[in-house]
Design a protein around this ligand. Structure first.
Ligand SMILES: *[C@@H]1O[C@H](CO)[C@@H](O)[C@H](O)[C@H]1NC(C)=O
Length: 372
């Protein structure tokens, strides 16, 4: 399943097994509270608890110089989507109003916020880590809580919308209608963007759809509470998305940053500042592979903010829905030639997700696994 499982590679080795056991006990106690990071904030914490502390959260790269911004793709104009996917791997999408009414991402994000701000016992009733066992729905804090070296400051509702549908009755009632509407509307957006990206590869507009890339869908709704010590922790550590394409809605709080490398080889983090009415689209590892590196899956992260308000966002990860052992994915055959040999080998989705769950997923480790 295309869940963001993220491991911090640079976490120092535990000083002793006693320290590791202490940490494991703290992690378990936190999980068993069933109320997430929001619950810590409600209980009045004034410092970031040890299990959430990242050794040096913001050291890796400088911030972009002023004025640098990720590109905007305007669906009402001849589209530079393919250029944006090649040069940035990430772009804002605007003027998509035929697919998404102007009030829509706002209504969705308000409903997700309302769920996360329910009284603790009501949230706790939904808490659990099993997505499949939970009818395709789960609410928990840190999907990789037991695997990562340091927990992050966020709580998440995950809903698997494809290839099989979730048990809709398991979706929290206060955001159910909005979440179902988002699933349908984001699919229309993804179809339109995939068509543009196919055309940019010289393929028929439906090539990715025919490869079942609209059929595998995982939705995540994230809630990042206000943090008492924002410099000590992170919202999400740097990672790439494993799937084909991600469609993201974020509220006005901000904190998302995208790694960009210029033609001169200089890299920095660019703030994906909230742009009213815009969605964000990004290329995942599978699309980088299928496009034989024409499109780039880039790292992104969420830094803590010191705003008064929690950040709320929701992403849908689109993946191939065909998962059989005789269905192979790799660079699209139409794109490879003797001049442009395949850069990746073919694999099944079960091999792909197997590698995804097994490996350290910081940076581009997953994609390296399939390189020829
Ligand atoms: C991957 O499979 C396709 C057929 O779908 C084939 O044309 C291609 O040569 C295979 N690629 C590699 C690297 O084996």
């Amino acid at each position: 399943m295309p869940i963001l499982i993220i491991t911090v590679l640079h976490y120092p080795i535990m000083a002793s097994s006693a320290a590791a056991a202490d940490r494991a006990a703290l992690v378990k106690a936190f999980d068993e509270s069933r109320t997430g990071v929001r619950g810590l904030v409600e209980s009045g914490v004034t410092t970031v608890p040890e299990i959430f502390r990242h050794p040096d959260p913001y050291a890796s790269l400088p911030l972009a110089p002023p004025g640098v911004s990720i590109p905007v793709v305007d669906l009402s104009l001849p589209s530079p989507a393919a250029d944006a996917a090649r040069d940035w791997g990430f772009f804002y999408l605007v003027n998509h109003h035929a697919m998404l009414p102007a009030d829509f991402p706002g209504r969705l994000l308000a409903a997700v916020r309302a769920f996360n701000e329910l009284p603790a016992p009501e949230r706790a009733a939904h808490y659990g880590r099993a997505v499949v066992g939970g009818g395709g729905v789960s609410y928990s804090s840190n999907v990789d809580l037991y695997r990562s070296g340091a927990a992050s400051w966020r709580d998440t509702v995950q809903i698997m919308f494809g290839p099989s549908r979730p048990d809709e009755g398991r979706i929290p009632a206060c955001c159910r209608a909005e979440v179902l509407e988002w699933d349908a509307r984001a699919a229309a957006v993804a179809r339109a963007v995939m068509a543009l990206l196919c055309e940019g590869l010289g393929l028929g507009a439906a090539a990715l759809e025919e490869a079942s890339c609209l059929e595998g869908k995982m939705m995540v709704c994230h809630y990042y509470p206000v943090c008492p010590e924002p410099e000590r922790t992170m919202g999400i550590v740097p990672h790439t998305d494993p799937g084909v394409l991600t469609v993201l809605a974020q509220d006005g709080v901000g904190g998302l940053q995208v790694k960009h490398t210029t033609e001169d080889g200089e890299s920095y983090w660019v703030d994906a500042k909230p742009l009213p009415g815009a969605l964000l689209i990004n290329v995942g590892d599978l699309l980088q592979i299928m496009s034989n590196d024409k499109y780039k899956s880039v790292e992104h992260r969420v830094v803590m903010n010191s705003h008064e308000d929690a950040r709320v966002s929701s992403a849908i990860f689109f993946n191939p829905g065909k998962r059989g052992d005789s269905v192979f994915y790799g660079p699209l055959p139409e794109l490879v030639s003797s001049d442009n040999p395949p850069k990746y080998r073919n694999f099944t989705m079960s091999e792909f997700f197997g590698a995804f769950f097994k490996r350290d997923l910081a940076s581009k480790a997953l994609i390296e696994h399939f390189k020829i």
